[in-house]
Every structure is written in structure tokens, then in C-alpha cells.
Design a protein. Structure first.
Length: 408
């Protein structure tokens, strides 16, 4: 539906550049890559072209084009569109007289989430803003408030549930990137949504919130070593259980392929990039927890767990780098493959950072180099961090490459 709408818009009178950006965002990111915009098509279909929702789509479309196509020359224009969208949304909020007694429409909530997505895709400011929590969290915190003031019986509407889930996911990730505790209001929303959502990603988000709080406690020195070890072990068990319960239909097939694009002569082929990202999200967090466990208890099995997880991450990547029968690269990559490779960058960084095996690190650097040479610009940035500042926290890298906005 969104893809058809994007094609129709190309014949309209608006700015040609806006058309190209819209088409790229709606047909590639929304229709083919992301799982977070199931309701956008129907909301756009009923919204006037001059509405705040379309203005928000224009802004985030340009931000996506800057990020995806490395069109740095468009950044200033994208910023202007972003400001226009904010002004349009403010005018709508003023006219609707939002208060504790007035709920907001799904269209308004979707616009706010799109503006948050713009912020996360705008990598030129994302690192700076993630360290300024008020700015980094402003849009998504507003979205949380809008969800909070709604009666819980509105969660019977699938669109409302989808937007509330998107709000919870975006704010959880934002807290992780900013190094902040998850607010109680978000935890309460997660508990409310537990009655309506059952999925591997939702299971992961609930555990992720606890891990983010653990990391925030570590930063504020609130934990004794014994308490830290116990919490890390308990969270690792929760992650293992959550990963174990992922449906069989999501699991990969192991493919033998003795070429330079594989670490051990094989790779894992997942049913879709979304399943790959969910598995790798569990793996990144398990790497982090087992690093903590290993540092506090060197006699544990954590080092072996880290080794196994890094191998699994490396095996998940070659599926996005198609090769010929001779094992030669068949690049350049398509726009979708570039997005899929971007989704693999943070897992690769975490694996390279935490592995103790030079062979794995060398293979990851080689793979990042191949990606960078063939259109995945952010792979070059990740390589630079690995070589120049390998102690950099993976959340910072996640933010730096725009993954807060391009997680499927």
C-alpha cells in the first residue's frame, strides 16, 4: 500500500527532490525493510497532503536519503524540512488543545515518532544529542506522554498498540544510547503492552530494559561486585531463554561455502533480515553480559560463550554479501542490501571488540572493508573506530552510524 502511494506521488507537483526522497523512504525503508510502520500507509491515506504527518514524512525521508545515499549536500535542506514539520505539528497540537483530559490522534502520535526517527537518522548531530538527554529524548518522551494519557481500553485498537509498541521500543533504545535508566513510566507501559504483544523482539525489549538499568547502575557505581555478577548472570539466563524460545521458523539454515566471505567455510541463511537482527540483538547483549561475568569470575564459562556468540554473529553476515559460484563477490550491493549490511555493523563491531581471537577480528575488518568499498559508507566509519579507538562503547557506535533509526 505504501509503495503504491509512493509511486503515485511521483507524478505530483511537489519538489522533485522531495519526491525522490519520499519514494526511497516509503518503498525501501517502510515497505521492504522496517517492521515498525504497519499503520503508516492507512494514516497517510486519510491525511491531507498539507498535514503535519506528510511534513514529518518529508523530513525523515530526506534524513534517510542523506544517511542511505551519503548525500551530505542535502543535510541543510533536510533540516529545513524538519523544522517545518515541527512547526506544523505544534500548530496542530495547539489547535487540538492537548491536556490531561484530551487524548491525541494516532496521526499525531505517528508524526511525533517520525520526528524522533529523524533525530536518530541525523548522524551529524546524533552523538552530540545523545549526550544531552533532554534533547535526545524530547520527541519520544512526548510520544510516551501521549500514550500514557490514553485510556488502556484503546489498546484494543491494533494501530494504537502498534504505535505504543513503537514508542516503547524507541524510548528503550534511546535510554540505552544515552546511558540513562529506563523511566518507570516506560516500564509501566511495557507491562501494559505485555497483555497485547507476544513476539521475540518484545521479549528482547523487556530484558534490554533491565540491562540498560544495570549499565546505568554501573556508571553511577551503585553496585557491589557480587551484586553485579548476580544480576549479569540472571540477565544472561533470561536472554538465553528468550533466544531459545524464538520460533523455529525464524532460525537459519547453515550453508557450506568455502570462500573468503565466510569465517569458517559456512554461513547462516535466515528467513529475513528482521530475524537476523533479532538474533543478533540477543547476541550483542549476551556478549556484554558475559564480558562482565568474565571480568568478575575468570573461572566461568563466559570466555567460551563469547567465542561461540562471535562465531554466530560472523556467520550471519555473508548472506547479505552475495557471491558467484566461484566465491567471488557479485557486488555492488542493492539499496536493500546496503540497509541490511548497516544492520549488521554494530553486531560485527561488538564481536570484534570482545573477541580474543586475532583471526576473527581480522575477518571482521576484512568484511567491513569489503562493505565500505561497495557502498556501505558506515562500515568505513566502524573500521576507523575499531582501529583507532577499539574501547569505544558499542552503544556509541550504534548511535554514530544511525542504527537507532535504521533498526528493522
Amino acid at each position: 500500500m505504501v509503495q503504491q502511494m509512493a509511486a503515485q506521488l511521483m507524478s505530483g507537483p511537489q519538489n522533485h527532490l522531495d519526491h525522490i526522497a519520499r519514494n526511497l523512504f516509503l518503498s525501501l525503508y517502510v515497505d521492504r525493510y522496517s517492521r515498525g510502520f504497519e499503520s503508516l500507509g492507512s494514516l497517510l491515506a486519510s491525511a491531507p497532503m498539507t498535514s503535519h504527518l506528510w511534513a514529518s514524512v518529508d523530513a525523515v525521508s530526506l534524513a534517510f536519503m542523506v544517511l542511505q545515499s551519503n548525500r551530505l549536500d542535502l543535510h541543510r535542506y533536510a533540516t529545513r524540512r524538519y523544522v517545518n514539520a515541527i512547526q506544523s505539528l505544534r500548530a496542530e497540537l495547539s489547535s487540538s488543545k492537548l491536556s490531561a483530559k484530551h487524548t491525541v490522534s494516532n496521526t499525531i502520535l505517528q508524526s511525533v515518532l517520525l520526528l524522533d526517527l529523524y533525530e536518530k537518522m541525523d548522524v551529524h548531530r546524533s552523538i552530540e544529542r545523545s549526550s544531552q538527554s533532554d534533547s535526545w529524548l524530547s520527541h519520544v518522551s512526548g510520544a510516551l506522554h501521549m500514550v500514557q494519557i490514553r485510556p488502556t481500553d484503546e489498546f484494543s485498537d491494533p494501530t494504537t498498540v502498534q504505535l505504543a509498541m513503537r514508542t516503547a521500543l524507541a524510548l528503550t533504545i534511546s535510554c540505552g544510547a544515552a546511558g540513562l535508566h529506563v523511566p518507570e513510566a516506560l516500564s509501566a507501559l511495557q507491562r501494559d503492552l505485555d497483555h497485547y504483544i507476544q513476539s521475540p523482539k518484545w521479549t528482547f525489549i523487556n530484558v534490554l530494559s533491565a540491562i540498560i538499568n544495570l549499565r546505568a547502575d554501573i556508571c553511577t557505581s551503585r553496585l557491589h561486585a557480587d551484586d553485579l555478577l548476580q544480576r549479569a548472570q540472571e540477565l544472561d539466563i533470561r536472554l538465553r531463554l528468550g533466544e531459545y524460545n524464538i520460533p523455529h521458523s525464524w532460525r537459519p539454515r547453515r550453508i557450506s561455502a568455502g570462500n573468503v566471505l565466510t569465517l569458517n567455510g559456512h554461513y547462516d541463511l535466515y528467513p529475513c533480515h528482521y530475524a537476523t537482527q533479532v538474533f543478533n540483538a540477543f547476541r550483542i547483549m549476551r556478549l556484554d553480559l558475559n564480558r562482565i561475568i568474565h571480568d568478575l569470575n575468570v573461572t566461568s564459562s563466559a570466555s567460551q560463550v563469547i567465542l561461540e556468540i562471535t562465531h554466530d554473529i560472523c556467520a550471519s553476515v555473508p548472506q547479505f554479501l552475495p557471491t558467484s559460484m566461484k566465491g567471488e563477490s557479485t557486488l555492488p550491493l542493492s539499496p536493500l542490501q546496503i540497509l541490511q549490511c548497516n544492520g549488521a555493523l554494530t553486531p560485527l563491531y561488538a564481536a570484534a571488540q570482545m573477541t580474543s581471537e586475532p583471526r576473527i577480528r581480522a575477518w571482521i575488518l576484512q568484511t567491513l572493508g569489503r562493505m565500505g568499498d561497495n557502498g556501505v559508507k558506515m562500515a568505513t566509519d566502524v573500521t576507523h573506530v575499531l582501529l583507532s579507538a577499539p574501547e569505544t562503547d558499542y552503544w556509541r557506535v550504534f548511535t554514530m552510524i544511525g542504527s537507532c533509526g535504521t533498526t528493522a
